[in-house]
Design a protein around this ligand. Structure first.
Ligand SMILES: [Zn+2]
Ligand SMILES: [Zn+2]
Length: 149
Protein backbone atom coordinates (compact mmCIF):
# COMPACT_ATOMS: atom_id res chain seq x y z
CA UNK A 1 0.00 0.00 0.00
CA UNK A 2 1.51 3.28 -1.11
CA UNK A 3 1.72 6.43 1.00
CA UNK A 4 0.98 10.11 0.35
CA UNK A 5 3.71 12.26 1.88
CA UNK A 6 4.76 15.86 2.34
CA UNK A 7 7.67 17.81 3.79
CA UNK A 8 5.69 20.12 6.12
CA UNK A 9 4.34 19.32 9.59
CA UNK A 10 0.74 20.29 8.95
CA UNK A 11 -0.26 18.82 5.61
CA UNK A 12 0.72 19.81 2.09
CA UNK A 13 2.68 23.05 1.79
CA UNK A 14 4.63 25.18 -0.64
CA UNK A 15 7.24 22.46 -1.33
CA UNK A 16 4.48 20.22 -2.68
CA UNK A 17 2.91 23.22 -4.46
CA UNK A 18 6.12 24.06 -6.34
CA UNK A 19 7.69 20.67 -7.06
CA UNK A 20 7.14 18.78 -10.35
CA UNK A 21 5.62 15.66 -8.72
CA UNK A 22 1.99 14.84 -9.59
CA UNK A 23 -0.20 15.59 -6.58
CA UNK A 24 -2.52 13.05 -4.97
CA UNK A 25 -6.15 14.17 -4.41
CA UNK A 26 -5.15 15.38 -0.92
CA UNK A 27 -2.36 17.62 -2.28
CA UNK A 28 0.44 15.42 -0.98
CA UNK A 29 2.79 13.38 -3.18
CA UNK A 30 2.33 9.66 -3.81
CA UNK A 31 5.71 8.03 -2.99
CA UNK A 32 5.20 5.56 -5.84
CA UNK A 33 4.57 8.36 -8.33
CA UNK A 34 7.33 10.95 -7.81
CA UNK A 35 9.07 12.99 -10.52
CA UNK A 36 12.78 12.10 -10.66
CA UNK A 37 13.62 15.77 -11.22
CA UNK A 38 12.03 16.72 -7.88
CA UNK A 39 14.59 17.66 -5.22
CA UNK A 40 12.17 17.03 -2.34
CA UNK A 41 10.15 13.82 -2.61
CA UNK A 42 11.98 10.97 -4.39
CA UNK A 43 13.20 8.52 -1.70
CA UNK A 44 16.74 8.75 -3.14
CA UNK A 45 16.87 12.43 -2.01
CA UNK A 46 16.71 11.20 1.61
CA UNK A 47 14.60 14.16 2.77
CA UNK A 48 12.47 13.99 5.91
CA UNK A 49 8.74 13.54 5.27
CA UNK A 50 6.86 15.22 8.11
CA UNK A 51 3.31 14.45 7.13
CA UNK A 52 1.64 11.54 5.39
CA UNK A 53 -0.97 8.80 5.33
CA UNK A 54 -1.65 5.52 3.57
CA UNK A 55 -3.32 5.94 0.19
CA UNK A 56 -6.35 4.07 1.57
CA UNK A 57 -6.71 6.68 4.34
CA UNK A 58 -6.54 9.61 1.90
CA UNK A 59 -9.20 12.25 2.62
CA UNK A 60 -9.36 12.76 -1.16
CA UNK A 61 -9.65 16.54 -0.97
CA UNK A 62 -7.26 19.46 -0.88
CA UNK A 63 -5.31 19.26 -4.13
CA UNK A 64 -6.95 22.37 -5.64
CA UNK A 65 -5.83 24.42 -2.64
CA UNK A 66 -2.22 23.23 -3.00
CA UNK A 67 -2.24 24.01 -6.73
CA UNK A 68 -3.61 27.47 -5.85
CA UNK A 69 -0.86 27.92 -3.25
CA UNK A 70 1.69 27.21 -5.98
CA UNK A 71 0.20 30.00 -8.09
CA UNK A 72 0.48 32.39 -5.11
CA UNK A 73 4.15 31.49 -4.60
CA UNK A 74 4.97 32.00 -8.30
CA UNK A 75 3.09 35.33 -8.40
CA UNK A 76 4.86 36.50 -5.25
CA UNK A 77 8.24 35.72 -6.78
CA UNK A 78 7.30 37.68 -9.93
CA UNK A 79 6.75 40.79 -7.79
CA UNK A 80 10.15 40.35 -6.19
CA UNK A 81 11.82 39.77 -9.57
CA UNK A 82 10.14 42.86 -11.08
CA UNK A 83 11.12 44.96 -8.07
CA UNK A 84 14.73 43.85 -8.42
CA UNK A 85 14.97 44.91 -12.08
CA UNK A 86 15.15 48.64 -11.33
CA UNK A 87 17.61 50.63 -9.26
CA UNK A 88 16.41 52.16 -6.02
CA UNK A 89 13.81 54.88 -6.49
CA UNK A 90 12.43 53.51 -9.75
CA UNK A 91 9.37 51.30 -10.21
CA UNK A 92 9.31 48.83 -13.06
CA UNK A 93 5.93 48.98 -14.84
CA UNK A 94 5.63 45.19 -14.82
CA UNK A 95 5.31 45.30 -11.06
CA UNK A 96 1.69 46.51 -11.38
CA UNK A 97 0.70 43.45 -13.39
CA UNK A 98 2.66 41.27 -11.00
CA UNK A 99 0.81 42.74 -8.01
CA UNK A 100 -2.56 42.24 -9.75
CA UNK A 101 -1.66 38.63 -10.52
CA UNK A 102 -0.60 38.08 -6.93
CA UNK A 103 -3.85 39.52 -5.64
CA UNK A 104 -5.86 37.29 -7.99
CA UNK A 105 -3.79 34.27 -6.97
CA UNK A 106 -4.43 34.90 -3.26
CA UNK A 107 -8.17 35.40 -3.88
CA UNK A 108 -8.22 32.17 -5.91
CA UNK A 109 -6.48 30.28 -3.10
CA UNK A 110 -8.99 31.56 -0.52
CA UNK A 111 -11.91 30.65 -2.78
CA UNK A 112 -10.51 27.17 -3.46
CA UNK A 113 -10.24 26.64 0.30
CA UNK A 114 -13.93 27.47 0.67
CA UNK A 115 -14.86 25.30 -2.34
CA UNK A 116 -12.89 22.32 -1.05
CA UNK A 117 -14.26 22.62 2.50
CA UNK A 118 -17.78 23.01 1.16
CA UNK A 119 -17.42 20.00 -1.13
CA UNK A 120 -15.96 17.93 1.70
CA UNK A 121 -18.64 18.97 4.19
CA UNK A 122 -21.33 18.17 1.62
CA UNK A 123 -19.79 14.76 0.91
CA UNK A 124 -19.62 14.03 4.66
CA UNK A 125 -23.26 15.05 5.05
CA UNK A 126 -22.49 17.75 7.62
CA UNK A 127 -23.55 20.67 5.44
CA UNK A 128 -27.28 21.14 4.91
CA UNK A 129 -28.14 21.43 1.19
CA UNK A 130 -29.50 24.96 1.59
CA UNK A 131 -26.14 26.09 3.04
CA UNK A 132 -24.16 24.72 0.11
CA UNK A 133 -25.16 27.32 -2.47
CA UNK A 134 -24.34 30.40 -0.34
CA UNK A 135 -20.87 28.97 0.34
CA UNK A 136 -20.28 28.43 -3.38
CA UNK A 137 -21.60 31.92 -4.13
CA UNK A 138 -19.19 33.45 -1.62
CA UNK A 139 -16.27 31.60 -3.22
CA UNK A 140 -17.36 32.69 -6.71
CA UNK A 141 -17.60 36.33 -5.61
CA UNK A 142 -14.08 36.19 -4.18
CA UNK A 143 -12.77 34.43 -7.29
CA UNK A 144 -15.07 35.21 -10.25
CA UNK A 145 -12.58 33.87 -12.86
CA UNK A 146 -12.93 30.30 -11.66
CA UNK A 147 -16.65 30.21 -10.90
CA UNK A 148 -18.28 27.16 -12.43
CA UNK A 149 -21.82 28.38 -12.99
ZN1 LIG B 1 8.12 16.48 -5.44
ZN1 LIG C 1 -3.73 11.51 0.38
Amino acid sequence: MTRHVGRSWDGPGHLEALCPCPLAPCGLVDVDNVDDKCKQHPPMRCKTMRTGHLAEDCPGTGRAVVVALGRVEVARQRIIDAACMEPEGFVNASIFDAVDDFQAAVAHMCAEQIREETKYAKAMGVLEPDKFRPCRDAADQIDPEESES
